[in-house]
Design a protein around this ligand. Structure first.
Ligand code: HEC
Length: 137
């Protein structure tokens, strides 16, 4: 009897583990619809991009890489990896400015929340800078 109980316990915990790992892989990080629709109030002018670049160099490059490819020195050991802004997560990808802004504000896992660390304006500057990593379609 004891034997069988342990068999089941093992089976159930394995199932739970596999489900958890799977659920983690499956959940892409998606901002709420309202957040995605928010328009960037700050035009991507040269001064705004320049300010964004300075902030990025100080607060983001460590993880996301100076070139925005997600390969910063602190990315080692992070899972999931810091996002590369070169691909679909860059300008012209499926990710809107509003969504980037929301993610920078909220944070998740390895990605810190910048709600307190950066003002709203600063967060938009950095969004404008991130957008320079990938070409406009
Ligand atoms: C300590 C490392 C770290 C720092 C510092 C950091 N990030 Fe991240 N960032 C991450 C990780 C890891 C993810 C992926 C999180 C996930 O998918 O759960 C991420 C995800 C993101 C995303 C979401 C991309 C997407 O579309 O899913 C954005 C936008 C972002 N970071 C911007 C920034 C900006 C801007 C800064 C600086 C102000 C910054 N990050 C600083 C680690 C970091």
């Amino acid at each position: 009897m004891r034997h069988r109980f342990f068999g089941w316990a093992l089976f159930l915990s394995l199932t739970a583990l596999v489900t958890l790992v799977f659920a983690h892989e499956m959940t892409g990080w998606i901002a709420p619809v309202e957040a995605r629709k928010v328009k960037n109030p700050i035009k991507a002018t040269q001064p705004s991009i320049q300010k964004g670049k300075e902030i990025y160099g100080k607060k983001c490059a460590l993880c996301h890489g100076i070139k925005g490819d997600g390969n910063g020195p602190a990315s080692v050991g992070l899972n999931p990896k810091p996002t590369s802004f070169k691909g679909p997560h860059g300008h012209g990808g499926q990710i809107s400015d509003g969504e980037h802004f929301w993610k920078i504000t909220t944070g998740r896992g390895g990605m810190p929340s910048f709600a307190k660390d950066l003002t709203e304006e600063e967060r938009w500057y950095v969004v404008n800078y991130i957008n320079t990593f990938s070409k406009h379609p």
